[in-house]
Design a protein around this ligand. Structure first.
Ligand SMILES: [Zn+2]
Length: 119
Protein backbone atom coordinates (compact mmCIF):
# COMPACT_ATOMS: atom_id res chain seq x y z
CA UNK A 1 0.00 0.00 0.00
CA UNK A 2 2.05 2.94 -1.26
CA UNK A 3 -0.59 5.42 -0.13
CA UNK A 4 1.02 5.31 3.31
CA UNK A 5 4.36 6.58 2.04
CA UNK A 6 2.57 9.26 0.02
CA UNK A 7 0.61 10.31 3.10
CA UNK A 8 3.86 10.49 5.13
CA UNK A 9 5.53 12.63 2.47
CA UNK A 10 2.44 14.81 2.34
CA UNK A 11 2.45 15.22 6.09
CA UNK A 12 6.12 16.17 6.04
CA UNK A 13 5.49 18.82 3.36
CA UNK A 14 2.58 20.21 5.37
CA UNK A 15 4.67 20.47 8.51
CA UNK A 16 7.37 22.30 6.55
CA UNK A 17 4.79 24.65 5.07
CA UNK A 18 3.47 25.49 8.52
CA UNK A 19 6.97 25.77 10.01
CA UNK A 20 7.88 28.29 7.31
CA UNK A 21 5.21 30.60 8.69
CA UNK A 22 5.83 30.03 12.36
CA UNK A 23 3.93 27.54 14.45
CA UNK A 24 0.46 26.22 13.98
CA UNK A 25 -1.92 23.31 13.96
CA UNK A 26 -2.89 21.91 10.59
CA UNK A 27 -6.65 21.99 10.01
CA UNK A 28 -7.13 21.19 6.36
CA UNK A 29 -4.92 19.85 3.60
CA UNK A 30 -6.04 20.01 -0.01
CA UNK A 31 -4.50 17.71 -2.60
CA UNK A 32 -5.10 17.07 -6.28
CA UNK A 33 -5.10 13.42 -7.30
CA UNK A 34 -5.35 12.30 -10.89
CA UNK A 35 -6.92 9.03 -11.91
CA UNK A 36 -3.63 7.99 -13.58
CA UNK A 37 -1.53 8.67 -10.49
CA UNK A 38 -2.29 5.17 -9.16
CA UNK A 39 -3.46 6.65 -5.87
CA UNK A 40 -6.73 5.50 -4.41
CA UNK A 41 -8.34 8.54 -2.67
CA UNK A 42 -10.09 6.43 -0.02
CA UNK A 43 -6.86 4.64 0.84
CA UNK A 44 -4.94 7.88 0.88
CA UNK A 45 -7.44 9.30 3.35
CA UNK A 46 -7.18 6.35 5.71
CA UNK A 47 -3.38 6.42 5.37
CA UNK A 48 -3.54 10.12 6.25
CA UNK A 49 -5.50 9.28 9.40
CA UNK A 50 -2.79 6.76 10.37
CA UNK A 51 -0.01 9.28 9.79
CA UNK A 52 -1.54 12.10 11.85
CA UNK A 53 -2.86 9.83 14.60
CA UNK A 54 -1.45 10.72 18.00
CA UNK A 55 0.57 13.61 16.61
CA UNK A 56 0.31 17.35 17.11
CA UNK A 57 -1.89 17.67 14.04
CA UNK A 58 -4.39 14.96 14.86
CA UNK A 59 -7.78 15.87 13.46
CA UNK A 60 -6.40 17.58 10.36
CA UNK A 61 -8.69 16.89 7.44
CA UNK A 62 -7.53 15.77 4.02
CA UNK A 63 -9.52 17.01 1.06
CA UNK A 64 -8.95 15.24 -2.22
CA UNK A 65 -9.72 16.87 -5.55
CA UNK A 66 -10.17 14.11 -8.07
CA UNK A 67 -8.98 14.82 -11.59
CA UNK A 68 -10.10 12.76 -14.54
CA UNK A 69 -7.85 12.34 -17.54
CA UNK A 70 -9.14 13.88 -20.77
CA UNK A 71 -9.04 12.12 -24.11
CA UNK A 72 -8.92 14.53 -26.99
CA UNK A 73 -9.44 13.76 -30.67
CA UNK A 74 -7.84 16.33 -32.96
CA UNK A 75 -9.71 15.02 -35.98
CA UNK A 76 -13.11 15.58 -34.32
CA UNK A 77 -11.84 18.56 -32.34
CA UNK A 78 -13.47 17.41 -29.13
CA UNK A 79 -12.96 15.43 -25.95
CA UNK A 80 -14.23 11.88 -26.02
CA UNK A 81 -15.95 10.31 -23.02
CA UNK A 82 -14.87 6.93 -21.82
CA UNK A 83 -16.03 4.31 -19.39
CA UNK A 84 -14.24 4.23 -16.04
CA UNK A 85 -11.26 1.88 -16.07
CA UNK A 86 -11.17 1.37 -19.81
CA UNK A 87 -9.05 3.33 -22.22
CA UNK A 88 -10.22 3.80 -25.76
CA UNK A 89 -7.03 5.40 -27.13
CA UNK A 90 -8.69 5.29 -30.52
CA UNK A 91 -11.52 7.70 -31.26
CA UNK A 92 -14.81 5.75 -31.29
CA UNK A 93 -16.16 8.10 -33.98
CA UNK A 94 -13.34 8.51 -36.50
CA UNK A 95 -10.65 6.00 -35.50
CA UNK A 96 -7.89 8.59 -34.95
CA UNK A 97 -5.46 8.17 -32.04
CA UNK A 98 -6.53 10.12 -28.97
CA UNK A 99 -4.35 12.48 -26.99
CA UNK A 100 -4.55 11.84 -23.26
CA UNK A 101 -4.26 14.96 -21.12
CA UNK A 102 -4.06 15.35 -17.36
CA UNK A 103 -5.07 12.75 -14.82
CA UNK A 104 -1.54 12.31 -13.46
CA UNK A 105 -1.87 14.97 -10.75
CA UNK A 106 -0.38 14.33 -7.35
CA UNK A 107 -0.07 17.80 -5.90
CA UNK A 108 -0.29 19.46 -2.55
CA UNK A 109 -2.55 22.42 -3.25
CA UNK A 110 -3.15 24.12 0.06
CA UNK A 111 -2.48 23.82 3.76
CA UNK A 112 -4.82 25.56 6.18
CA UNK A 113 -3.73 25.86 9.76
CA UNK A 114 -4.52 27.66 12.95
CA UNK A 115 -1.69 29.72 14.37
CA UNK A 116 -0.83 29.31 18.01
CA UNK A 117 -0.28 33.04 18.48
CA UNK A 118 -3.15 34.69 20.28
CA UNK A 119 -3.94 38.13 18.90
ZN1 LIG B 1 -12.42 11.52 -33.70
Amino acid sequence: MHELSIASALYESCQKAVAAHGRGRIELVRVAIGELSAVEPMQLESAWQCVIHGGPHEGARLEVQWHRARQHCFACGEDKPRALGSWLRICPDCGSPLLVEGGDELDLLQVEYETECVA
